[in-house]
Design a protein around this ligand. Structure first.
Ligand code: ATR
Length: 272
């Protein structure tokens, strides 16, 4: 059979999802057509129409909450995030919504050799991306998750749904975290979150959810310059969330290490 999928978003021109899913399909010997579809408005009708002849789709910024509302039923993690990045058409035609972002992040962290158990983690940001990753991190038996956000109230609002987090300010932060995850969109604006330089230097592992063709963001570059030994951008998370979507649709789990190697090469060639 030929599977038909797509990713919906705006902007969508530079989405790597079609390349990633084509690699999965080729690696696993499946026949897949994967498009990217730019939506201006009326996400609901455009997406429903596509799914009438397709098995599933991914949904990215700014439509993840619309996808959550469109789904007839959702996974527990999508319910917690109040957002879906993956929709699957079920046998009866109804739509199942999932959020694979957090699972994708944890899969990549493990693939990078990070042991999350008993680690003290600082998460920066308090938007949709943070909602999508907190539970998956917590399930790895971490010692603690502290959340710092530029706008304190927004971080405090997370406690209703994620009671185990500690909301911290620049004053109440610990002076050391094992792992720092930038889940804010600061790197997108070429700016840095307002945290002390010594935190980068003392951390063992720093990760930015944003990715770039060179494999480093302004945030990971700063951490590296200050001596953090393990600094990574979010390309692996992008591949990880795609892998869990692909598995939901096809029942086959892609190999993320092979896909990461392929995608790094692909991005490098694009630059030249
Ligand atoms: P996403 O879905 O990517 O999480 P979002 O819901 O718009 O997007 O949230 C963006 C997050 O990045 C917010 O936590 C935002 O902080 P504020 O709540 O203070 O707005 C954070 N953010 C965006 N630009 C930032 C910057 N330059 N420095 C620090 N944090 C930033």
């Amino acid at each position: 059979m030929t599977y038909k999928f797509a990713v919906f978003g705006n902007p969508i021109e530079h989405s790597l999802s079609p390349i990633i899913h084509s690699f999965f399909a080729q690696d696993l010997g499946l026949d897949v057509i994967y498009d990217k579809i730019k939506v201006e408005d009326n996400f609901k009708d455009i997406c429903s129409n596509f799914l009438s002849t397709a098995q599933g789709c991914n949904v990215t910024v700014p439509f993840k909450q619309d996808a959550f509302l469109l789904a007839n039923n959702v996974s527990q993690r999508a319910q917690k995030a109040k957002a879906c990045n993956t929709l699957k058409k079920q046998a009866d035609g109804s739509l199942y919504g999932d959020n694979t972002d957090g699972a994708g992040l944890v899969l990549d962290l493990i693939d990078l050799g990070l042991q999350l158990k008993q680690k003290n983690i600082l998460v920066i940001g308090a938007g949709g991306a943070v909602r999508g990753i907190l539970d998956e991190l917590y399930q790895e038996q971490v010692a603690s998750i502290s959340v710092y956000n530029r706008t304190l109230e927004k971080a405090q609002a997370l406690v209703d749904d994620f009671a185990y987090i500690k909301v911290v300010t620049t004053d109440s932060m610990q002076d050391h975290y094992d792992v720092i995850i930038n889940a804010s969109s600061s790197s997108l604006y070429n700016s840095l979150p307002n945290i002390d330089d010594s935190l980068y230097a003392k951390a063992n592992f720093v990760y930015d959810l944003m990715y770039t063709p060179i494999g480093a963001t302004i945030f990971t570059q700063k951490a590296q310059a200050l001596g953090c030994p393990n600094c990574y951008d979010g390309l692996g998370m992008l591949i990880g969330q795609a892998a869990f979507a692909f598995k939901l649709w096809t029942d086959k789990m892609p190999n993320i290490s092979a896909t990461k190697a392929y995608m790094r090469q692909y991005l490098q060639e694009l630059q030249h």
